[in-house]
Design a protein around this ligand. Sequence first.
Ligand code: CGF
Length: 838
Amino acid sequence: VEASIPEPQRAAWQKFSAEPFNTKEQFEQEAVRHIETTLARSLYNCDEGAAYGGTALAFRDRMVIDWNRTQQNQTFADQKRVYYLSLEFLMGRALDNAMLNVQQKDSAKAGLADLGFRMEDIINQERDAALGNGGLGRLAACFLDSLASLNYPAWGYGLRYRYGIFKQEIIDGYQVEIPDYWLDFNPWEFPRHDVTVDIQFFGNVRKYVDDSGKQVSVWENGEIVQAVAYDVPIPGYATPTTNNLRLWSSKAASGEFDFQKFNSGEYESSVADQQRAETISAVLYPNDNLERGKELRLKQQYFWCAASLFDIVRRFKKSKKAWKEFPNAVAIQLNDTHPTLAIPELQRILIDQEGLEWDEAWSIVQKTFGYTNHTVLPEALEKWSVPLFQHLLPRHLQIIYDINLHFLQYVERNFPKDREMLGRVSIIEESQPKMVRMAYLALIGSHKVNGVAELHSDLIKTTIFKDFVKIYGPDKFTNVTNGITPRRWLHQANPRLSELIASKLGGYDFLKDLTLLHKLENYVDDKAFRKEFQEIKFANKVRLAKHIKDTNGVSVNPAALFDIQVKRIHEYKRQQLNIFGVIHRYLTIKSMSPEERKKLAPRVSIFGGKAAPGYWMAKTIIHLVNAVGAVVNNDKDVGDLLKCVFVEDYNVSKAEIIVPASDISEHISTAGTEASGTSNMKFVLNGGLIIGTCDGANIEITREIGEENIFLFGNLSEDVEDLRHAHFYSKFEFDPQLQRVFDAIKEGRFGDAGQFSALVNGIVEHGDYYLVSDDFKSYIDTHTLIDEAYKDQESWVSKCITSVARMGFFSSDRCIDEYAEMIWNVEPLSPTKKAKGV
Ligand code: CGF
């Protein structure tokens, strides 16, 4: 490439080629230029929105320089790349992250001050990029940060939803969903109108035998929708490496509306095709751990998989390498089963378009893909009806049948005595209608399958994938315990704590190697350190208290113990156990004498999280929390001893305020149901302790920080099945304290009891699937221990500091290195200051 550009042109280019700014003055110059020209504002009408715009564009330009160089560097190096396919990327805000990762926040802060603005106000102007539901999408965002920070050549592929996860409003205690149209000003994306892919749906398959006698399948007719690429730069921390997140947006293939119809006055139908095409990338499905089998969702999945694969294959073909080299150039990770269609799609490209033989193609496919499972909950395991598949993707269904045939023949040969196994492991479930089991297809088409925490990775091998362990052997399965990026979840969310740690550890290297935190153990008894650690926690609680006052109108005492549960609302996560615990506490306070009350430790119970719009029981839980809050927060007998608040519209930027302010956070899922959890890691890293069940990553957190620093309670996963069985077949007495809680609800102390009857009856009459009654006593007893422990602030702070020091394992950098070594077989690529040729 270098040689192909004549020297004079290269010299001219190099002379004017942009350089990233590194000073306050340079930042100001860039920001003002953007405010005045790109945004057409002036000194006299530059409000905070415009100042945000100018700042964001200045940083965007700065990142683009490194982004271009990174992309060129990766192309020239021609190393194996990772492609992370995720239907969700819960990125949150970009500006603060960009400023910190390129290490220019101080320049910007000083520059903004010169221009008359406060950094915090400018940061708060940005809307969250909320293209995800919860843990799975946020994990993908943490992984992108780590991939770039560790200099891996990697791309993310996702969908550019016009509407991200809905905005939640609480009206009269009920969740109300408001559309999140987030794109009116998004400086972080680059539309690539020249990067488009035509995606086919419906139609039919024509088969014929060609001149050489080979069976050929042609997928023809149907409908074409166009995918347009939008690229988002992902800056690594303290490195020039800036990776790419490519999000696909849908539009009508012709790009225009029907002029004939338009001219004859049929305005509405003239734009109908266009609108139908745009619907594909219009909304994110708002379900977490729940799949509902809607046609539009399958369309989204294929649209995104087909566009991404076309792009990946196009890039590979430019290298002119032989097909067998494909898995040495490309590793594709499937974030859950949502991108599973990429498997039959690659097989289709290889056999139908590139003319490879089935076996050769299939071996390439299997070597290319890895699949991450995130749940064992049956309602979350994706299945698609065969008739729907046949209608929408007729050729893919044939390929899936062929994959299944080859697979079942293999199983039959190897397990001739176990005839029943064939039905159990078949990709096609023989139900009415027949269903395609996506998890099985993902597993069969990948060379490695991983769970997201040790317990979960063990459970998938003994439950949903038990037969497959026999078929493929245990080596196909592995574990990569989830992690979080310390850049966002410590440095950005808790700058004072990050600074305190840096002051003791001699700099910010711990943000690149989180295991360095272990050195903090030397400061557990250091008086000055402890004092500052406590002051920081208190300041963070004051900040959250202000947010609660501003949004809920409730005054909470920052000296009280802040007890927080923020995550999606789901019965398995058991917010109902928490709110029953709050009611229990309330009733206990009410039954006490004023003298007894004086001995109590004040508490603030804080809830937050969205319920899927169609998940009625989850919405009932939100309603109960708000109903309890309305009573408790206004009861003069209770005063500061107990407050109960529901923080509206929990999202990434709220999490950045909430997480650093916690004393205790709740991770209390029924054992065996939460695959990992990642907020548990965020809370401990920010100096809060946790109450949790022996579930998901809580187990590994306990192992790392020590049993004495965590409040574990409840039944173990191995006992869950027997307990569920016992609910139906033996009479069991409710704990009297839980009965008292139910009685209070039934008496109408929190409003009309009828509204909450399903919640109570689910436990009392319908088998208590999530074992609330079994764990209630141990839960409230553990909270009593927490009250006592919190009174001894000296020992509490020791526990918090020790825990922070031992959290090094939970960096998403560690996860990415594990994926790279065990699953992808890729190496980091050292960044160059300047790409060749320019
Ligand atoms: O993925 C989850 C989360 N709800 O998004 N799953 N899904 N699907 C799990 O339930 C969490 O336990 C897990 O931490 C997360 C990321 O792996």
